[in-house]
Design a protein around this ligand. Structure first.
Ligand code: ATP
Ligand code: MG
Length: 138
């Protein structure tokens, strides 16, 4: 069993896509073992995306991620990191396979509805960034 971090980004929450995303997770055997809604400060978003600090889109991305509430979840399942990323679809929604969350709902390469960890090490960092051990069930 593997853990991964999911975020429903500000565009997903404000457009009323929270239920739709959660439905897809549950239908695909990605079990939610922690969940909360938060509104990140700019500094919190910068800390989360620190790996992207040198990228040209860093300022815009952290501005966007701190622009409104997000839903943060820990998912558990077999091969959860890859299976969740397959459900999300490609970063650029124009390249995403039809039926994926981003192909179906994203409107922009930045405003792409969801985030998912990309490796076990990043999942561990990202889960620890938002949750302590008492907030994760099972
Ligand atoms: P995420 O980390 O959010 O799950 P990802 O792993 O598919 O997405 P990354 O390369 O880690 O993509 O980029 C992080 C986020 O930065 C993307 O989800 C998107 O919101 C934004 N982003 C990535 N590339 C660009 C770009 N070229 N222009 C604008 N924003 C971008
Ligand atoms: Mg990423």
């Amino acid at each position: 069993m593997e853990r991964t971090l999911s975020i429903i980004k500000p565009d997903g929450v404000s457009r009323g896509l929270t239920g739709e995303v959660i439905k897809r997770l549950e239908d695909n055997d990605l079990k939610i073992v922690a969940m909360k809604m938060i509104h990140m400060t700019r500094a919190q978003a910068e800390g989360f995306y620190a790996v992207h600090r040198e990228r040209p889109f860093f300022e815009s991305l952290t501005d966007f991620m701190s622009s409104g509430p997000v839903v943060v979840m820990v998912l558990v399942g077999e091969d959860a990191i890859k299976r969740y990323r397959d459900l999300m679809g490609a970063t650029n929604y124009k390249d995403a396979v039809p039926g994926t969350i981003r192909a179906d709902f994203a409107t922009d390469i930045e405003k792409n509805v969801v985030h998912g960890s990309d490796a076990p090490e990043t999942a561990a960092f990202e889960i620890g960034y938002f949750f302590n051990r008492f907030e994760i069930v099972g």
